[in-house]
Design a binder for this molecule. Structure first.
Ligand code: ATR
Length: 282
């Protein structure tokens, strides 16, 4: 009997930019596994037919990225409670012949903070989150799951912040940008989920002065790795946590499900991805 190669893929449109193949390729090599991780560029109008033939193409699962994270849910047999709460899926696998979906951005975000700022959740009961887009949804949900008493969401468009309050309930406070200085004075954790500070975007220009000493600043932007926000946080003597670990940690559950090994987020993996970021964004 010939054993079929275990194959997973990243489904997106476009997918050229995705670092997931680099990441999973590193682990496949590191653990000496006979598997493959491919790119699958699938246009929105082709998603349903692609997914109908997914198992037939030999895939044991995969990741999902823009623009399919929401629309893929209609193609699945089951989704986790987390994915349901997000209304978005980024990881697929088969279980008893059923195609299942999860959203691992939540555990990725929390694991990154746990690694970069151990004990953060014992030091603060309130958090300020900048931004109210797709990434903010996973961040806010994760913070509430960790028992934060109040998550203040500050966004340029107030309606989107308010939509998160409606989605996740009264522990979420939607606030306009002008409220930021006062809110910063009451928190020990600030998380940026906006695209400001990303390569090609304007920097996130906010005054970190009101943050108390001992506060943590986390940027989920990781290109560049050191954003102007993180530089400003370090200059103020605050603990700065970059966003790369969120990408690395969100990949762990998928790899484990497809290839049967729980991979480590090691310094070598991080260096491998950092080298690619530096090479593509000199
Ligand atoms: P993602 O899925 O990565 O979160 P998104 O849903 O497009 O991406 O969200 C981008 C976030 O960055 C939003 O919070 C957006 O604010 P708006 O909701 O007001 O658009 C924020 N953002 C992007 N450019 C911005 C800018 N120039 N100033 C302030 N906020 C900005």
């Amino acid at each position: 009997m010939t054993l079929q190669l275990r194959k997973a893929c990243i489904i997106g449109y476009p997918v050229k930019h995705s670092r997931s193949p680099l990441l999973h390729g590193h682990w496949l090599h590191e653990y000496g596994l006979d598997g493959a991780y491919e790119r699958a560029e699938v246009a929105p109008e082709d998603l349903a037919s692609f997914m109908a033939g997914f198992a037939g193409k030999g895939y044991v699962g995969g990741n999902v990225t823009v623009p399919h994270k929401e629309s893929i849910m209609a193609c699945l047999d089951a989704v986790t409670e987390t994915a349901q709460a997000m209304g978005a899926v980024n990881t697929l696998w088969f279980e008893g012949g059923r195609l299942c979906g999860d959203n691992t951005d939540v555990v990725g975000f929390l694991a990154n903070l746990d690694e970069g700022a151990p004990g953060w959740d014992a030091r603060t009961r309130t958090v300020v989150v900048l931004g109210a887009g797709g990434a903010a949804k996973a961040v806010v949900y994760g913070l509430l799951q960790r028992g934060m008493e109040r998550v203040a969401v500050v966004n340029r468009s107030f309606e989107r912040a308010d939509a998160l309050r409606e989605r996740f309930g009264s522990r979420v406070l939607a606030a306009p940008w002008e409220a930021l200085p006062a809110l910063l004075g009451e928190t020990k954790l600030l998380v940026n989920t906006t695209s400001l500070g990303m390569s090609g975007q304007p920097p996130l220009a906010i005054d970190l002065e009101p943050l108390p000493s001992g506060a943590v600043v986390n940027d989920i932007v990781y290109v560049p790795l050191e954003t102007p926000l993180l530089t400003a946080a370090r200059a103020r003597g605050l603990l700065a946590v970059d966003g790369l670990g969120m990408l690395l940690h969100q990949a762990v559950p998928g790899f484990e499900r497809w290839f049967g090994v729980r991979p480590q987020v090691s310094a070598a993996l991080r260096a491998h991805i950092v080298a690619d970021i530096v090479r593509t964004n000199p």
